[in-house]
Design a binder for this molecule. Structure first.
Ligand code: ADP
Ligand code: MG
Length: 325
């Protein structure tokens, strides 16, 4: 189990990137969903033992990551958001170089290990090709190859699907899902689809705070029956945005196709009920906060919660309901 306790990170500036993040993650895939600048990469680097928090603790299976990063790093694989490659090296040589940097030892030699790892991420036939000829998806898989060396207990992947085309993304999803079968995979993303496809559980981070910890099905259930869809002309859009929480607005044949959260049971005229999606729930969370997540859930009485739990309200409610499921 991975445990984060009250993580705070203040960069020089000062910029407060994390404001007391508490989180427990069991085996399997766990998503960390949030917009740009929310603090995802900061959190991932701290978990990977590469960045010191201003305060707080990180524990992996009972071991303190921050006290002894080197020891824990052996049980940890990390794919950073910006991965540096030497474009002129072959995939195999690049991987060998990365394994060396990581201090990986292999009985049969690094070359043999690199070959095995490349097979594992379906790059065996591209091992001799130069990295500069690799597609975005192939590069990310090469990144995963170095991350899984040594069979780590925890894999941290920071926005791995950004910039991948749909086919590469699908392939990458399969690889990640396979890796999560017997270890913790912590995946950060700003793409809601990553979470709905891959993550049985996830947390939402916003401005350095976890605003919810829930599951995709629970988040959808919390907004069941509230989403309505319709079309409006450009002239009517501003008024609609003012009066309603819009979860999606796309242009279609010159008109705006809009989805609204109508939790008061009064959707705009001419709108009809639509199937709620995780993206709807995420947009509502971003625009209105996490209160809606407690719909239908047994919330603890107001006075039983310490004032400091306020910011984590969505998180604790969701955690409570999770235990019941
Ligand atoms: P995300 O990965 O979710 O986009 P980051 O963790 O990269 O978010 O950044 C969180 C906040 O911290 C942002 O406001 C960002 O500008 C700031 N930040 C990140 N790295 C640094 C740094 N090295 N120095 C100062 N501010 C930083
Ligand atoms: Mg980032």
């Amino acid at each position: 189990m991975l445990v984060l306790r009250d993580l705070v990170k203040v960069y020089p500036g000062p910029v407060t990137a994390l404001r007391g993040v508490r989180l427990e993650v069991q085996s399997g895939m766990f998503g960390l969903l949030g917009p740009n600048g929310a603090g995802k990469s900061t959190l991932m680097k701290i978990v990977a033992g590469l960045l010191e928090p201003t305060s707080g603790q990180v524990e992996l299976d009972g071991a303190d990551v921050l006290a002894d990063p080197r020891r824990v790093q052996r049980r940890l694989g990390y794919l950073p958001q910006d991965f540096g490659f030497y474009p002129h090296l072959s995939g195999r040589d690049m991987l060998i170089h990365l394994l060396r940097l990581k201090g990986v030892k292999a009985k049969g030699g690094l070359k043999r290990l690199a070959g095995e790892l490349l097979e594992r991420v379906a790059l065996g036939s591209a091992a001799s090709r130069k990295v500069k000829e690799y597609s975005g998806g192939m590069r990310q898989r090469l990144g995963i190859a170095q991350a899984i060396a040594g069979d780590p207990r925890l894999i941290v992947v920071d926005e791995p699907t950004a910039g991948l085309d749909p086919e590469e993304r699908l392939r990458f999803y399969h690889l990640l899902a396979e890796l999560a079968q017997d270890r913790i995979v912590l995946l950060s993303t700003h793409i809601v689809e990553d979470v709905s496809v891959l993550c049985p559980a996830f947390a939402v981070i916003r401005q350095g705070e976890l605003v919810a910890r829930t599951t995709p099905s629970r988040a959808r259930a919390a907004i069941q029956g509230t989403i309505h869809e319709g079309e409006v002309g450009a002239e009517d859009l501003p008024a609609l945005l003012e009066r309603h929480t819009v979860t999606r607005s796309t242009l279609f044949e010159g008109r705006h196709r809009v989805r609204v959260f109508a939790d008061d049971g009064r959707p705009p005229a001419g709108f009809s009920a639509a199937q709620e999606s995780l993206e709807d729930a995420y947009m509502i969370l971003m625009k209105r906060g996490a209160d809606f997540l407690s719909r239908g859930a047994d919330a603890p009485p107001e006075d039983s919660r310490p004032p400091s739990a306020e910011a984590n309200e969505g998180a604790s409610l969701a955690a409570n309901t999770e235990a019941e499921a």
